[in-house]
Design a binder for this molecule. Structure first.
Ligand code: HEM
Length: 188
């Protein structure tokens, strides 16, 4: 009974990760459409939910997953270990490629240093990070549902990361400008 309860918590927590990515995706779309600082500020306000929802989801997923792994499967299980690697990649990409940039944008809006045109909100790195994390999370879900061996687990995760990177290539072909340390986009 306890294992089923923990599995329930595990799956429910992992839905929190999907919800946090959903909120981030909606905010990114708003960010992309923002044509003036006021709309940029409104779009950025959506991010205030991403960290608490994503953080709680991540904590719940990892702790319950760790319990299930320790009590039922063992830590030398391919799909669990590769999934754990995927979770670390999710957290690092989310914190560095997205978290730091959004913090710079928020500071730029507060300080009024975010300049128009060439609005930095169309930053391709924000989209690369978002798409790749969505792909990684779907890849982890695939591992959890199909439980492959080492080769299958690594191939599944590699395919997920590659899909996220490929889906973001177009954004780097001159349609956007990375956020610089001053919070401004490079003038085109
Ligand atoms: C972050 C993304 C994750 C998602 C979306 C996720 C989702 C799931 C789902 C849907 C299941 C049920 C699969 C089934 O019944 O066949 C499951 C099972 C499991 N997950 Fe995860 N999981 C994630 C991360 C993790 C992590 C990081 C660990 C290990 C630390 C883990 C360990 C497990 C274990 C051991 C089971 C098997 C439970 C059992 O039937 O005994 N999961 N996961």
């Amino acid at each position: 009974m306890l294992r089923s309860l923990v599995l329930f918590v595990h799956i429910a927590s992992s839905m929190g990760l999907f919800a946090a990515l959903g909120i981030e995706g909606a905010s990114l779309l708003q960010l992309r459409r923002a044509s003036e600082p006021a709309r940029l500020e409104a779009a950025l306000s959506g991010y205030r939910w991403v960290r608490p929802v994503g953080g709680a989801g991540m904590m719940g997923t990892i702790l319950s997953g760790a319990y299930l792994a320790s009590t039922a499967w063992g830590w030398r299980t391919a799909w669990i270990d590769v999934a754990l690697g995927g979770v670390v990649l999710l957290a690092v990409m989310g914190g560095t490629m997205t978290g730091l940039r959004i913090a710079r944008l928020q500071k730029g809006v507060r300080d009024g240093t975010v300049g128009l045109p060439g609005l930095p909100a169309r930053d391709p790195v924000l989209w690369l990070s978002f798409r790749t994390r969505v792909a990684i999370l779907i890849g982890i879900l695939f591992l959890m549902a199909t439980k492959p061996g080492w080769q299958g687990s690594f191939v599944a995760m590699a395919v997920a990361v590659a899909a996220g990177l490929l889906a973001s290539l177009a954004d780097f072909q001159g349609r956007g400008a990375p956020v610089t340390s001053e919070g401004k986009g490079a003038a085109r």
